[in-house]
Ligand binder design. Structure first.
Ligand code: NAP
Length: 346
């Protein structure tokens, strides 16, 4: 049995989702994958970093988080106010990084990921910022230290896009991708297709927790741009900066636009696109924009908070994957799949 000492930095929706899966699936992971995962450290911004060599009690951690008590109430722990110091002094086998996405400088996640890789820890992350802004640097750092960095959950949560493209489609050439990569905007556009106005639907989405109080990152397309940057680097080997992706959000889409599309037999969707030339392999298009799609396009049929992506390949033609793009267990699932993929290699 392999024993894996895991650290989770960022213990919000996603960090807790992963912890819950590790608890409920512990026996299955031992039996089917021959891996015994021990959660040795956890950090959030309020409590700092806690560590227990024998493994933290996950049900207790989840209860402390649910009742907003400090994680330091866990018995028999060592504590560091600064997670970076705790991470450096305790050295697990793997870091699951799940702090909030920051598309300006990717902190604090990028510093945690760098520190873990430099000390020989494998890293799995759901955080888009570090991969979008410094993906190639971090992958090179992982290579240099002979460890792995995986980030399935950064695009479409646990719905397997990156592993499908890289591993499932090994040997195929992907020449373009088009995707609905943001659930909030798809929820809004789907409701507008039912005749409702943008402002009313946005307020409803905020009330239901699908949209943030400040919805800018979603509705203006920045979240989808981050995912385009990650896919450009991983699928096409091209490092782009955010301003190299043409971006238009959905805040200017009106009910009249939606009705006009409807009368032409089309549906408006916020589409993230990457297109490369067959001849040179250079990217010729990287964009996020609302587009009117014919009903024959599978992406036109994707409604609500569901995400979907179509990969155009030389050997299979179009491959379309759809599924959940957010959520506690849905995103935890992507981290779990990454954890298991790495655990199978040592
Ligand atoms: N939620 C989803 O459905 C989803 C889907 C795909 C990807 N993601 C990505 O996954 C990541 C986590 O999302 P989430 O929904 O779990 O966010 P969240 O609920 O806001 O949790 C973020 C966690 O990070 C902690 N944190 C903040 N600053 C920190 C620091 N300096 N050091 C250590 N911990 C710190 C927070 O501490 P406190 O608890 O003390 O505030 C919180 O526990 C984000 O990057 C997000 O983009 C989320």
């Amino acid at each position: 049995m392999k024993h894996l000492r895991l650290s989770i930095l960022g213990f919000g929706v996603v960090g807790q989702g992963l912890a819950e899966l590790l608890e409920t699936k512990h026996n299955m992971l031992c039996q089917r994958y021959d891996v015994d995962v021990s959660l040795v450290s956890v950090a959030n911004s309020r409590s700092g970093f806690i560590y227990c060599e024998d493994g933290l009690q996950i049900p207790l951690l989840l209860e402390l988080a649910r009742t907003r008590q400090p994680l330091t109430a866990h018995p028999q722990i060592r504590h560091w106010a600064d997670p970076l110091v705790g991470l450096r002094e305790t050295r697990g086998d793997m870091l699951a990084e799940a702090t909030g996405t920051n598309l300006r400088d990717a902190e604090p996640g990028i510093s945690y990921i760098r520190a873990a890789l430099q000390q020989g820890m494998h890293v799995i992350t759901a955080n888009k910022g570090p991969l979008a802004l410094a993906g190639q640097e971090l992958l090179a750092l992982a290579h240099e230290h002979q460890v792995q960095l995986r980030f399935e959950s950064t695009v479409m949560a646990g719905t397997p896009v990156i592993s499908t493209a890289v591993e499932g489609l090994a040997g195929a050439t992907i020449t373009s991708i088009r995707g609905i990569l943001n659930g909030t905007t798809n929820y809004i556009l789907s409701a507008m297709a039912q005749g409702r106005d943008y402002a009313e639907v946005l307020a409803d989405a905020q009330a239901q927790g699908y949209a943030e109080a400040d919805p800018t990152a979603d509705v203006e397309g920045y979240d989808a741009v981050a995912k385009v940057l990650i896919l450009a680097a991983q699928l096409f080997g091209q490092t782009l900066k955010p301003d190299q992706v043409q971006r238009q959000g959905i805040s200017s889409v009106t009910q009249a636009d939606v009705q006009r599309a409807h009368s032409e037999g089309k549906r408006i969707k916020l589409i993230a696109s990457l297109l490369q030339t067959a001849e040179t392999g250079q990217l010729v298009q990287a964009s996020v924009a609302p587009l009117a799609l014919p009903l024959s396009d599978p992406l036109s049929q994707i409604d609500g908070v569901i995400n979907a992506i179509t990969l155009h390949t030389d050997t299979l033609g179009d491959v379309t994957i759809s599924g959940s793009g957010a959520g506690r267990l849905q995103t935890g699932q992507g981290l779990l799949a990454d954890l298991l993929a790495i655990a199978q290699t040592f």
